[in-house]
Design a protein around this ligand. Sequence first.
Ligand code: UDP
Length: 242
Amino acid sequence: MTSQTKYKRILLKLSGEALAGPTGYHIDPAVLEQYSKEIKKVVDMGVQVAIVIGGGNIFRGVSGERSGIDRVQGDYMGMLATVINAMAIQSSLEKHGMYTRVMSAIKMEQVCEPYVRRRAVRHLEKGRVVIFGAGMGNPYFTTDSTAALRAIEIEADAVLKGTKVDGVYTADPMKDKTATRYTCITFEDVYEKKLSVMDLTAFTLCQENNLPIIVFNMNQGGSLVRLIQGEDVGTLISAECA
Ligand code: UDP
């Protein structure tokens, strides 16, 4: 079945905030359910899926700093938050019949495996969904940078950034009615036009390693499958556009 798919190995980046759903409160079971169904469809198509999940729904280092928590301490708290989200996704994916592993950049043996690149790749080859928790294990980074780094390490075909919007626009579509979505845009153009796709560290990692990024709406049912099938979904950011 893999022949129908444009991508064979993907790194799916999901934001912690999206997991909170409309309630904005921690983890919304309806969002987990929807994500799991979408992911199951692509796993069944033979696609190898790795996931990086954020922690913004629970804790962010920068916000912690504002309330008096030391930045580095707060960043570690944020990394632990991503493990909570990773475990929630793991549980939901398993309920939907998928085999999974959580691999953490911070050792916590009783909870999940430590991150070892070769083992991660082996899990993927066996059809297990691998969820990377605890970011990179270092403060002052984000889960977007983690997604870029892990995608490069496991030689994923692309980073798929699931968001609440369906791609990158010429202007803010909420404010400007004439704004249009880019089907494809080069790394250079994103940089020159100062469009926000990922933080600069993450973006530069992708650009330097020629790793395509696709920004798409994960909350729109079926979009992940259509993207994998090569349909015009979201915005592709790559070195060149046809
Ligand atoms: N974080 C970190 N190092 C990493 C990844 C994450 O310090 O490699 C911390 C950082 O404080 C960040 C928080 O974890 O604010 C949650 O991650 P992020 O903000 O990327 O989550 P998202 O915005 O995707 O929900």
